[in-house]
Design a protein around this ligand. Structure first.
Ligand code: ADP
Ligand code: ZN
Length: 727
């Protein structure tokens, strides 16, 4: 017998091995396998079993360490699709997706036998054990008092027929943490929820691929719809996957989910789950013992059997994109998996991605909408503060504007809570004019230019356009041009100065680096031990806290001016999401947005809670500049230790690919760059990037594969299909 094996190496080849007689019975597709590879031993996976001998002589496999396979033929079809689409070798894809680890310990279980034992003579010690087991059912032997645990003692009792001993694998489970913000009352779906659910039930019973966009404003009860759809799926014997963008969100969600589904029926998967628990849950899913998986992006790959529903909550969230090893987007792959398995896919958001909405408007996704908040709670009132008009005593722009300070004062007086949000993108600094709000942008890419203060230049990180910053603003002629700055730390300092009595807490990547930090902060917020929470991106997500009545956005422009064609989409999303955190309870929420650019459509539309209007403003711009959804993109990242040689090699490759684009793809593909990356140097490596753009993915993939063929020593090349981050 022979097998074809995928090993996690950077090659698209798979390798054939022979199986020695004693392993033949257990060799099967999906099994992990230890093989000799060159001088090393590698762990790979069997992707095919062959009966005919190959032409060349092949080596023997060494071992098959697990009793069960990790995937079946249908899973493999999907994994192979992923490997082709993301241009990543199958062995690497499997290495990323499949759990490592080995089977857990064997656990010994004990119970009283069912028969009548009253006429069997027992010693005092034996009686003590029987008494101990009384009414307990089956328990682990490890749970017995030490003196009753001795193996020979138990064996004798087993022989007498008084007790039953049994071995079973010990299942490692993720640890469920604190409960926060759960709603214990039974909920009656409102009319809009009923309508959406009616359609979803129809999709589910059709057993056909049914992608849906659930577009519901913040607080409209989307989660309730997901949970009912999952319930219906499980009731009918199907399986479901529920994705949330961040680990922190799984905590809050899990407390809501556990009110409905028994804990043992849920698998939890994300990067914080131990390898052992991942391994065991994987096997339980493969066997069909668990049919619901909840988690962050990696949960999408869970081997749920008879998968009928995939929920992607906050589908617009950039953290569904993974940016190392296997660069995939779980939102996109959820739709692909739905197609493979003829499942219903619900993409839910208050601010759908432009591409998702485009699909829905084109009729390719079913459009479901929840237009109002539950219980008719109004959406918060959004106030935009024009920072061009705000000056402190020394004529400088303050971090907190007067209207925001006033609003904070009132909130604290009313014993309510406030969120202050600062979207700090550390290294990206842009130049702007505080008098008119003008931002220096690339004339051909329409992206904010990055300010390189040390070099005294402004640079475009798509096309390498470079210019010197002028002394006077070209728009208004004033001479106060400066760069954007200030992080959360300074925001905390300034706020403390203004409100020395308030309990102020910071939440950003610095204060949440240890496990459980985020949960601790959110639990404090839930218990109202925080008056003002100041933080980055992470405070904008999904949380539902009724006592938050004020949300302040300190610098809306920070996200508006990142060098990324989705900058305004991000800004609209962030502003809408962060506004949605306010006024969840009975109090009307209030939002104060500080900006130098109050006229920008992303800000105006967010102020009006007008998604459709935003989309109408955005789409023509995308069309004109040829960005998605009107094109597809593949990003190529180069990096090397030596600057001059790296740059020469990259320029060379760029030239070569441009020629190929002109001939092979007949000019259908644009080659943008190569240019220095915005993060021009990272961990000692110099970085460049190039963008391939075209209407169809075939020619783009072809060129990307050509780029990889150009790989040379000292230069690392990473391909990023459908890039999300451009750093
Ligand atoms: P979303 O996910 O759209 O932001 P949620 O599903 O979290 O909204 O719902 C917001 C709040 O409203 C939650 O506390 C939820 O329990 C509650 N809720 C949802 N649906 C209803 C309903 N039909 N009636 C009353 N309360 C509801
Ligand atoms: Zn440019």
């Amino acid at each position: 017998m022979f097998v074809r094996v995928a090993v996690p190496i950077p090659s698209t080849k798979t390798f054939t091995y022979s199986v020695p007689g004693h392993l033949e019975a257990s060799a099967a597709l999906g099994k992990r396998v230890l093989v000799p590879f060159g001088k090393k031993r590698l762990t790979g996976w069997i992707v095919e079993t062959l009966s005919a001998a190959p032409e060349q002589t092949v080596r023997e496999i060494i071992d098959l360490p697990d009793p069960e396979p990790f995937f079946n033929r249908q899973d493999l079809d999907y994994f192979e699709w992923i490997s082709r689409y993301y241009i990543c070798p199958l062995g690497k894809v499997l290495g990323e997706i499949l759990p490592g680890g080995t089977d857990g310990k064997i656990e010994k279980m004990i119970s009283r036998s069912a028969g009548n034992v009253s006429d069997i003579k027992l010693t005092e010690k034996q009686k003590a054990l029987i008494d101990f087991l009384q009414g307990k059912g089956e328990i682990p032997v490890a749970g017995l008092p030490v003196r009753l645990r001795e193996a020979s003692f138990l064996r004798r009792l087993e022989q007498k027929g008084v007790i039953l001993l049994r071995k079973q694998p010990l299942m490692r489970k993720p640890v469920f943490t604190t409960e926060i913000g759960c709603n214990k009352n039974a909920i009656q779906p409102n009319e809009a929820q009923e309508k959406a659910l009616h359609e979803i039930y129809g999709c589910l019973s059709s057993r056909l691929f049914s992608p849906c966009l659930l577009h519901g404003v913040t607080g409209s009860g989307k989660t309730e719809v997901y949970l009912r759809a999952i319930d219906a799926t499980l009731q009918n014997g199907g399986g479901a996957i529920y994705l949330v963008p961040e680990i922190a969100l799984t905590t809050q969600l899990l407390s809501r989910i556990r009110e409905r589904f028994p804990e043992r029926a849920i698998a939890v998967m994300h990067s914080g789950i131990s390898q052992g628990a991942r391994h065991d849950q994987w096997k339980q899913l493969c066997r069909g013992d668990i049919r619901l998986v909840v988690g962050a992006r990696s949960a999408l790959f869970a081997p749920v059997r008879d998968l009928r529903l995939i929920v992607v909550d906050e589908e617009h969230d950039p953290s569904y994109k993974q940016d190392d090893r296997l660069r995939y987007n779980a939102r996109d792959l959820a739709v692909v998996r739905g197609k493979f398995e003829q499942a219903t896919v619900i993409l839910g958001s208050a601010t759908p991605g432009v591409q998702t909405y485009f699909q829905a408007m084109g009729g390719r996704y079913r459009y479901l909408s929840l237009p109002c908040r539950v219980d008719e709670h109004p959406l918060p009132l959004v106030e935009v503060v024009d920072m061009r008009t705000q000056r402190d005593g020394q004529g400088r722009t303050p971090l907190l504007s007067l209207p925001l300070v006033e609003a904070l004062r009132e909130t604290i007086k009313d014993r309510k809570q406030a969120l202050l949000f600062l979207n700090r993108r550390g290294f990206h600094t842009f130049l702007f004019c505080p008098d008119c709000g003008h931002v220096f942008a690339c004339p051909s890419c329409d992206l904010a230019l990055t300010n390189h203060a040390a070099l005294g230049v402004l640079k475009c990180h798509h096309c390498d356009f470079t210019t010197k910053p002028p002394a006077l603003c070209p728009a208004c002629g004033a001479g106060h041009i400066r760069s954007q700055g200030a992080g959360t730390e300074r925001a905390v300092e300034e706020t403390k100065k203004l409100f020395p009595e308030a309990r102020i807490v910071r939440m950003d990547s610095d204060t949440t680096s240890r496990k459980g930090d985020t949960e601790r902060i959110l639990a404090k917020l839930d218990r109202q031990e925080i008056d003002i929470l100041i933080g980055t991106q992470m405070i904008t997500k999904g949380h539902d806290f009724p006592e938050i009545t004020l949300v302040g956005v300190l610098a809306a422009d920070a996200s508006l001016n990142i060098p990324d064609f989705r900058a305004s989409e991000r800004t609209f999303q962030i502003l809408t999401q962060v506004s949605g955190r306010g006024g969840r309870g009975d109090q009307k929420g209030r939002v104060v947005v500080q900006t130098f650019n109050p006229g920008h459509y992303a800000i105006r539309r967010a102020q009006d809670h007008d998604y459709a209007g935003y989309y109408e403003d955005e789409l023509p711009i995308r069309r004109e500049l040829g960005y998605p959804p009107f094109s597809r993109l593949i990003g190529i990242h180069f990096s090397g230790l030596k600057q001059t040689e790296g740059k020469r090699a990259v320029t060379d490759i760029g030239k070569r690919i441009r020629e190929l684009a002109a001939t092979v793809t007949e000019g259908e593909v644009d080659v943008i760059g190569p240019a220095e990356s915005p993060l021009a140097r990272l961990r000692g490596r110099y970085r460049w990037q190039m963008l391939l753009r075209g209407p169809h993915s075939g020619p783009l993939h072809l060129l990307a594969e050509k780029v990889i063929e150009e790989r040379r020593s000292g230069l690392d090349i990473q391909v990023d299909v459908d890039p999300v981050h451009f750093m």
